[in-house]
Design a protein around this ligand. Structure first.
Ligand code: FRU
Length: 522
């Protein structure tokens, strides 16, 4: 967050009353209005960033920034849930509570397989969480050293956590105002734990043999990428370039404000890491020189996302989850009993493209278990509008569009609509080579002047064809173009559910496609 957390907390309290009124007006007596069917949401109250994600003994763990005292941002705890498949979640009690060292801000968790920390018990590896302690009293007193990195451990499958008596493990001796969000991995090559965390305008890398004693390795990023806001929530991990066997490293980096379409967004960098320095791949460097960012998602609502730790090598995927909101309006969105959802889990792949190394993201295959009734969409030339379905509020739409070489069709795509004239559209503008989502007529937008928007993403399909794979879930749309080459995520709040689907365009042909109703997970 750009603003001091103190100011944010005060503002949240002020807005809380206003928003409660607002919510009642738009949602009638239904406290669950806008609750997604298959996206992760907290059972109640406020949630922001995903934290501490790891896989252990058949369970995907998800922790998250949580304020159990209200539906706006407040003193941070780590909420907790587990899942066998990243789709069906079981809520568990709050895992980490604020203490005398501060609130529990974002961070990560790892399985310490070799018990390097010594926290293990009865031959079982400990689970170690690494997070930022944020001392409100320090911030209030105008100090700059109120954020520092601490750890906690669990020896009962993450059910209970003990804070390390030697916290903080990385004190903020230099007094760096923004000094947070540690993400830790075990680096096989340099045989050490490597921590990446954000320090205002750059990322710091630190190394450790045991998760308790850390030394500074290097800094990255002052001169690369977008610096239009504060850097937050980095994630550095190795990844094999698709189809080549070559290993590269990717650094995800969230920034607020400064996203390409406003507010919060996540950029990324591709390069090499030698156990000390992260150095950009040469071609990639050219794309992020001079304040330019390459973004993981060009929609408004995918922020602070990081990847799961300890996914078994036999699986091999790099799995990601983001917070499906934006600090521009997160505390104001018109939901009543809870606030905000996560994106669907996504598998990330690094590909060598004509533009250089690029990250692709696609919904994980486990989501296919939600598919219910399928509707086949026959091929058709689109000339104006084609209403092809009565849409379920939770659905998956997989359509491919084609146009003639040498011709430039008008913007085309799909539109969700209701009987009140509210709509959200997503599609492609071939003349401008842009993917877009338009939520400027999406229903309730009065809660924030920053909400209404039409967003674009620069995108150049390989030929005269584009596949749009979309997940719709009551109050959100996630669009993945051409197998995840470009992704866009947006939330919206219609005053009546969207139950209509229209394919629109002129001079374009839709190929045989599919629409599935998706099941509720709760
Ligand atoms: C990102 C962020 C983090 C911080 C957390 C506080 O959304 O601002 O930098 O740790 O949220 O809740």
């Amino acid at each position: 967050m750009k603003y001091s957390f103190l100011i944010l907390f005060a503002l949240c309290c002020l807005f809380a009353c206003d928003t409660a009124k607002n919510s009642r007006a738009t949602s009638g007596s239904d406290a669950e209005r806008h609750r997604p069917a298959f996206h992760f949401t907290p059972p109640e109250k406020w949630m922001n960033d995903p934290n501490g994600m790891f896989f252990y003994e058949g369970e995907y763990h998800l922790f998250y920034q949580y304020y159990p005292g209200g539906t706006v941002w407040g003193p941070m705890h780590w909420g907790h849930a587990v899942s066998p498949d990243m789709v069906h979640w079981k809520h568990l009690p709050v895992a980490l509570y604020p203490d005398s060292l501060g609130l529990i801000f974002s961070g990560s968790a790892v399985v310490d397989w070799n018990n390097t920390s010594g926290f293990g018990k009865n031959g079982r590896p400990p689970l170690v969480a690494i997070f930022t302690h944020h001392l409100m009293a320090g911030e209030k007193a105008g100090r700059h050293d109120f954020q520092y990195q601490s750890i906690a451990y669990s020896t009962d499958k993450g059910r209970t956590w003990t804070k390390y008596a030697g916290n903080p493990v990385i004190p903020n001796t230099a007094g760096i105002h923004d000094f947070r969000d540690p993400k830790v991995i075990w680096d096989k090559q340099s045989k050490q734990w490597v921590m990446a965390f954000a320090a205002g305008n750059h990322v710091k890398l630190w190394g450790s043999p045991d998760l308790k004693h850390w030394t500074h390795l290097s800094d990255f990023g002052r001169e690369w990428g977008s610096h239009a806001g504060v850097w937050e929530c980095p994630d550095l991990f190795p990844v094999t370039v698709d189809g080549s066997g070559e290993q590269k490293w990717v650094l995800l980096l969230s920034i607020n404000p400064g996203a390409p379409n406003g507010g919060s967004g996540t950029q990324y960098f591709a390069g090499n890491f030698d156990g000390k320095n992260f150095v950009l791949d040469e071609r990639f460097a050219a794309s992020v020189r001079g304040e330019k960012g390459i973004w993981l998602d060009y929609g408004r609502d995918n922020y602070a996302g990081v990847t799961w730790s300890d996914i078994p090598a036999s699986d091999g995927r790099r799995l990601f989850l983001g917070w499906m909101s934006n600090w521009d309006y997160a505390t104001l969105v018109p939901t009543a009993s809870w606030r905000s959802a996560m994106t669907v889990p996504r598998a990330l792949r690094l590909k060598n493209t004509p533009e250089g190394l690029r990250l692709y993201s696609e919904p994980v295959r486990e989501l296919a278990s939600l598919r219910g009734k399928k509707t086949d969409i026959p091929a058709a030339d689109i000339d104006g509008n084609l209403v092809i379905n009565t849409l379920s509020t939770a659905s998956e739409i997989d359509l491919e569009f084609e146009w003639k070489a040498g011709e430039t069709p008008q913007p085309f795509g799909l539109e969700l609509f209701n009987a009140r004239g509210e709509q959200v559209s997503a599609g492609f503008d071939a003349a401008k080579q842009q993917l877009f989502i338009d939520r400027s007529k999406s229903g309730n937008m009065a809660f924030s002047p920053k909400f209404s928007s039409r967003e674009v993403a620069p995108y150049r399909p390989a030929g005269q064809r584009i596949r749009l794979h979309c997940l719709i879930d009551v109050a959100s749309i996630e669009v993945f173009a051409d197998g995840g080459a470009c992704a866009m995520t947006d939330i919206f709040f219609p005053t009546e559910d969207f139950t209509g689907l229209r394919v629109f365009g002129k001079g374009v042909r839709v190929l045989p496609g599919k629409v599935w109703d998706l099941k509720k997970v709760r």
